[in-house]
Structures are given as structure tokens and as C-alpha cells.
Design a protein around this ligand. Sequence first.
Ligand code: APR
Length: 214
Amino acid sequence: MMGLLVFDFCKCTAPADFVQILFFVVHSFGEDDMDIQLIQGDITKVSADAIVNAANSSLMGGGGVDGAIHRAGGPEILAECREIISRIGSCNKGQVVPTSAGRLKARYLFHTVGPVWQGGAAGEAELLARCYEGSLCLAMERNLSSITFRAISSGVYGYPKEEAVQVVRSVVDRWHEKTAGLTVIFVNLSRDMHRLYEKMFAGDAGANLSERKI
Ligand code: APR
């Protein structure tokens, strides 16, 4: 049985360096399975063993959250990315490249490059799944306890949001047993996207649902 936690972060009143957790909702837990947490908030504020960055093939940072992750993490991340790119040339779509996480509350940053949406017939779903699966695989290889993702490709890369979350769901369905003990945190800044995740995973809750304020 898959475990699921849902967090809503208070974004409006929280100071920049402090994110307040408002609620969490506990769905059924299994001991021999992946635990899933859904968080509404800023991924640069989340603690996890690995944070997955939706990067571009240059790994040189970009706008949006990629830029925010580099700013929050500090310059050593970019220095490591430069060194990696000098060796491999560029990061392919679907590939995952680990670096340290600098000042972020994580041990590693996993940089992955999602597909640009071209209408759905250009292998986008498979490439997107590869970003998640490669990251989960690396987390298991490194014996990590937790990993956090935002919705790769669903921003400037234009992947339709509902379809992007369906890909996430299909990866979870294939991987939840292989990742026993791993906590997988899906973080979304926007309420709408957070709600899509809730909808996508709601079926796992069954009647075993409780809610607490902390
Ligand atoms: N925390 C969590 N989620 C966020 C945050 C945040 N701080 N900021 C944005 N998001 C959400 C967006 O709402 C979107 O749903 O992350 C998702 C992915 O958005 P993008 O950052 O635009 O990622 P992507 O579509 O994969 O585009 C990658 O953008 O930043 C550049 O260098 C990057 O060129 C690459 C491209």
C-alpha cells in the first residue's frame, strides 16, 4: 500500500526564509512501499536528501526555478555543472546528472532535462518518465531516504499540466514497490497544480484519511 501525505504551505504571510506548514493529511501508509508527500510551496525551501532540478541541456541555470535553485544553492553548484558539461558536452533530455546541493537543505541536486511539449507525438511522455525514473534510480543507488520533485516540463517547456501529472502517476505506479522506504515529495508552487496532484493521488486514500494542524 502506498503512503501519502499532503502539506499546504502558507505562502502569503511566510517570511522568505521560513515556510509554515498549515496542514497535513495522512493517507494510508505501507511499510514496504514508497511514501508520497504533496507539498504546496517553494521547492528551494524543502529539505530532502535530493532535490530534482528541471534544468536545460546547458546546465548553466535559467529563469524560473532553475535560476532560483542556483541562487539559493550558491555558486559552487554552477561550478560543478560547468565541470560536468566540459566532460559530457550537454545534458540530454531524460538524462539525470547529480551535483552537490550547496546551501540548499539537501545532500544532492539531481539536474534533469524534461522534453519541450511538441503536441505529444514526439515521445514526450517517455522522455518525461525517464526524468523521474532516472532520478528515483539514482536515489536508490545512493541509498537516499527522500527526494523532491516539482512538475518537470510543466512550465516554460509547455507540457500540459494534467498530462504531466499523469506521467508522474504512471511512474509512481511502476516504481512504488521498487522504492520501498523512499519518501517522494512532489512540490508545487501553484495551488492549481497542487490540486491536480491531490486529485491524481486521491484514489489511494480510501477511507483512511485524517487531518491535523501543526
Ligand atoms: N517550487 C516549486 N514549483 C515551482 C516553483 C517553485 N519555486 N516555481 C515554479 N514551479 C513550477 C511551475 O509552476 C511549473 O509547474 O514548476 C513547474 C516547472 O516549471 P519550469 O521551471 O518552467 O520548468 P520546465 O517547464 O521544465 O522548464 C525548464 O525552464 O528555468 C528554465 O533552465 C530551465 O530552460 C529550463 C526550463
